[in-house]
Ligand binder design. Structure first.
Ligand SMILES: [Zn+2]
Length: 139
């Protein structure tokens, strides 16, 4: 049916109900799937917890009602509706290890590069060999 495009939506909702003056938090995940034949609403805990429950109906009035809710969500969304970017499959590469001869912070002035430092002469960095030599003398 052209007036019933499929609905595929999932997300979380944070409700507060009032049970005769006693407020109660209802925080759940929701997963909607609807087409021209049925509407299914899955309710699940946000993280670990009881197993999800599925409520489904083939009734036209239910499908229309849920579609109206979905359209109202689109209309009242404060931000323009946009596609959620797909997660990138690859993990970003870890930083490569520095080469073994890369300069290290000066152990004499603790990398501060002080002008009086006779090990790094104010650079703040020395070669690993120079650093090892200094540390061996000052152990
Ligand atoms: Zn230094």
């Amino acid at each position: 049916m052209p007036d019933e495009p499929p609905v595929n939506a999932e997300g979380a909702a944070f409700f507060r109900s009032d049970e005769e003056g006693r407020p109660r938090e209802l925080n759940n995940r929701h997963d909607w799937k609807g087409n021209a034949d049925y509407f299914q609403w899955k309710v699940a805990p946000l993280t670990d917890g009881p197993k999800p429950e599925v409520i489904a109906s083939p009734h036209r009035e239910v499908r229309r009602f849920m579609r109206k809710v979905y359209q109202a969500m689109e209309r009242t969304n404060p931000k323009p509706v946009r596609a959620v970017p797909k997660p990138i499959g690859k993990k970003p590469k870890a930083m490569p290890a520095p080469p073994p001869d890369a300069p290290v912070p000066c152990p004499r002035c603790f990398g501060q590069g002080l002008p009086w430092c006779d090990l790094c002469t104010g650079d703040g960095f020395v070669s690993p060999r120079e650093a090892r030599g200094f540390l061996e003398q000052h152990d």
